[in-house]
Design a protein around this ligand. Structure first.
Ligand SMILES: *Cc1c(COP(=O)(O)O)cnc(C)c1O
Length: 209
């Protein structure tokens, strides 16, 4: 059974080591913590899985038609690529990856951890607000709920003050939501470019609802 890890929310906010993770495939998007162009992403495939896995569709890039009844797949993960592709987006994604690497993923993670933990601490002190993040090593996405306001209302009220947050409903992570009986959640993502002042402003805006 192939092990595919969807790392869309992780790529660009923490180091990812496919050897250590032991995954066969890892997929990610460019437009989230990597800060790359929308409509870009990448797939990693291990050498071992490529010995027994064939893509559902083969295109010019991915295989060579070597005899009337035979084709040979590309030896590399190129076999998963389409022939036609989004060149400008790929260039932008490459620049975004280089930019993240120039800061260093360890440094990005450390900075994000500082900001996110600060935000959790500030939100946790507000009456009626519950921080919902589980796990020991928590990431830059801060999930919380408010006793009196639905996420849409919180989002709107914060947007009026120039603060952008998102929300999460069971449809995005049904297993976790149902197992933990979570209400719809507000989701505030910090990144290294945010400042401590902005974190304090966000918490103050929630406190002022
Ligand atoms: C955002 C996200 C996706 C989809 O990424 P797109 O950029 O919309 O293609 C897939 N899986 C997870 C876990 C995500 O967070």
């Amino acid at each position: 059974m192939p092990y595919l890890l969807d790392a869309c929310q992780s790529a660009g906010q923490m180091p990812l080591d496919v050897q250590e993770l032991g995954c066969d495939f890892l997929s990610a998007t460019g437009r989230k913590f990597l800060r790359g162009p929308r409509g870009t992403g990448f797939l990693y495939a291990s050498k071992a899985i490529m010995e027994r896995h064939e893509p559902p569709v083969l295109d010019l890039h991915s295989a060579e038609w070597v005899a009337p009844d035979r084709y040979e797949m590309a030896a590399t993960a190129r076999r998963y690529e389409n022939w036609e592709n989004y060149i400008a987006g790929k260039v932008g994604l490459g620049v975004a990856v280089d930019y993240a690497l120039s800061w260093g993923l360890e440094n990005i993670q450390e900075r994000n951890r500082l900001l996110a933990d600060d935000l959790r601490e500030r939100l946790g002190m507000i009456p009626g607000v519950t921080v919902r993040d589980a796990g020991v090593d928590r990431c830059a996405i801060v999930s919380f709920s408010h006793d009196r306001y639905k996420p849409e209302e919180v989002m709107q009220r914060l947007a009026d003050q120039g603060i952008a947050i998102g929300n999460s409903a069971p449809g995005s992570t049904r297993l976790d939501f149902e197992a933990r009986r979570l209400p719809d959640l507000c989701r505030a993502s910090v990144h290294y470019l945010n400042t401590e002042e902005e974190v304090a402003l966000l918490a103050a805006a929630v406190a002022g609802l």
